[in-house]
Design a protein around this ligand. Structure first.
Ligand code: UD1
Ligand code: MG
Length: 487
């Protein structure tokens, strides 16, 4: 993280609608890496030490403000509302009040540039020293849609001309405005007050400042990598930006000692932490505030959201974990589903087609097959047999099940909560229990077995007799046991 030695404020423009997204939702709220687009430039400005950072919101202002404030808790973030979107110069002016008497340098960013790095931003801010305005530029093979940089005979930027206002010669210029600027507050507010809207779009263009700076004391163009400064304007660009972020994230994790078997099939939200020597198989998704310890293995297709895993945890393929914690060396899956509030103890096993919800498993407890544990506490070393169900819901309320340490629950048991199975107790397979079981007891809750010896042979004999009777020629009318054939 680079800290600016001099004061710096930032303005992030995020008031536009984003027409090309074709969405009900404001463009800057669309997410990559689990964060709204505008979160990225805001964070980059904060990382650089900018204080305050002002987000200019307008389209869906309340929703945008709420999402950004929630995504950056505690940051020196202020919001300014641009009621009507009359252009980028108008948007920057909307931030003036929020900046109060601040009179140092101000960096201006677009809310739709999630790929901008802190280094590039620092570079643009640093280049302003000695000039009135620094602006980021890039050369594009297809500059269509961007403002073009017109240079003077000495090679300095003289002005920016927007696509819609450009003549043919200007449209042929391949150096474009990246939409990232830095200038002193005094110059900015003075120049903005002079910007008009006599142009093809009848908008107040922030780009008019370049010509004013060129006349005042010079504008300096700072070349930046196009893959960082390109904005997200439609869904394809959104997906592409998401991929670039993931590739960066994968590289960073691999440098930190994480094995990612296929970085092209790896999905991880911003802020997820993964310890060294953890191995990640293809198509794993790590979402929200997930933290994975060291030396874990995450099997193919596992999806972890707001999950906390200790060291050495094994998550076998296609396991889904939501808002749960898993202690060291526990084993999950394949095909386990941990719903919110599950706490899996050290070395515990949760196996095939086992669902847990608000379930606490003690150290070494096992529930390996086809089981539902809801609102349940399972003591250390207890064994929950295949097909066990905790009936936690009576149609109105949820009730707890407590299984003591070392207890053994036979397969296909139904535990009707509230119920407590004491430590070391045994529950016979196939039991339906409604009453608690004291420690060390055996509980049987099933119909007593009836065994009929020789039954099969007797049945076969009966069948044979019946068959022989039917195969015999039909008796004459009036004869035989039935006195005639039924029709
Ligand atoms: C702008 C630049 C163009 C540059 C391009 C780089 C101007 C006039 N043009 O064009 O030179 O090449 O960015 O991407 O500035 N916004 C507001 N309020 C408004 C208008 C826009 O907040 O009234 C915000 C948008 O939400 C967006 C940013 O400003 O985050 C840029 O606006 P946009 O309409 O995308 O400008 P471009 O036409 O792309
Ligand atoms: Mg744009």
């Amino acid at each position: 993280m680079t800290r600016s030695p001099t004061p710096l404020a930032a303005i992030v423009l995020a008031a536009g609608k984003g027409t090309r997204m074709k969405s009900q939702k404001a463009k800057v709220l669309h997410e990559v890496g689990g964060r709204p687009l505008a979160w990225f430039p805001l964070l980059r400005a904060l990382e650089l030490g900018a204080n305050p950072v002002v987000a200019v919101v307008g389209h869906q202002a309340e929703a945008v403000e709420a999402a950004l404030a929630a995504a950056l808790p505690g940051a020196p973030l202020r919001f300014a509302v641009q009621r009507e979107q009359l252009g980028t110069a108008h948007a920057v002016l909307a931030a003036r009040e929020a900046l109060g008497a601040y009179d140092g340098p101000i960096v201006i960013l677009s809310g739709d540039t999630p790929l901008l790095t802190a280094e590039t931003l620092a570079h643009v801010v640093g280049a302003r020293a000695g000039a009135t305005l620094a602006l980021a530029t890039m050369k594009l093979a297809n500059p269509h849609g961007y403002g073009r940089i017109v240079r003077d005979p000495a090679g300095n930027p003289a002005r920016v001309v927007e696509e819609k206002d450009a003549n043919e010669a200007e449209r042929a210029i391949d150096e474009v405005n990246a939409g990232l600027y830095c200038a002193e507050a005094a110059f900015l507010w003075d120049a903005l007050s002079k910007v008009g809207s006599a142009n093809a779009q009848a908008e107040f263009y922030l780009t008019d400042l370049v010509a004013m700076a060129a006349r005042a004391g010079g504008a300096v163009a700072v070349p930046v990598p196009p893959e960082e400064a390109s904005g997200v304007n439609d869904r394809e660009e959104l997906a592409r930006a998401g991929r670039v972020l993931l590739r960066r994230r994968a590289s960073e994790l691999m440098r930190g000692g994480v094995t990612i078997e296929d970085p092209e099939r790896f999905d991880c939200d911003e802020g997820v932490e993964i310890g060294a020597d953890t191995v990640i198989e293809p198509n794993v998704r790590l979402k929200g505030r997930t933290r994975v310890g060291a030396g874990c293995r995450l099997g193919a297709g596992a999806i972890l959201t707001d999950a906390t895993l200790g060291d050495g945890v094994t998550v076998r393929p296609y396991t889904v974990v939501d808002e749960s914690t898993v202690a060291a060396r526990a084993i999950l899956g394949p095909f386990s589903r941990l719903r919110p509030g599950s706490e899996i103890g050290e070395e515990a096993h949760v196996g095939n087609f086992v669902e847990t919800k608000k379930a606490r498993l003690g150290k070494g407890a096992k529930a390996n097959h086809l089981t539902y544990l809801g609102d349940a506490t399972v003591g250390a070393g207890a064994n929950v047999g295949a097909g066990t169900i905790t009936c936690n819901y009576d149609g109105e309320k949820k009730h707890p099940t407590v299984i003591g340490e070392g207890a053994f629950i036979g397969s296909d048991s139904i535990l009707v909560a509230p119920i407590e199975i004491g430590a070391g107790a045994y529950v016979a397979a196939g039991s339906t229990l409604t009453d608690s079981v004291p420690p060390g007891a055996l509980a049987l809750g099933r119909a007593k077995q009836v065994t009929k010896e020789g039954w099969v042979a007797r049945r076969q004999a009966e069948k044979q007799n019946k068959g022989a009777a039917e195969a015999a020629p039909p008796p004459a009318p009036g004869e035989g046991p039935r006195g005639g054939r039924a029709s």
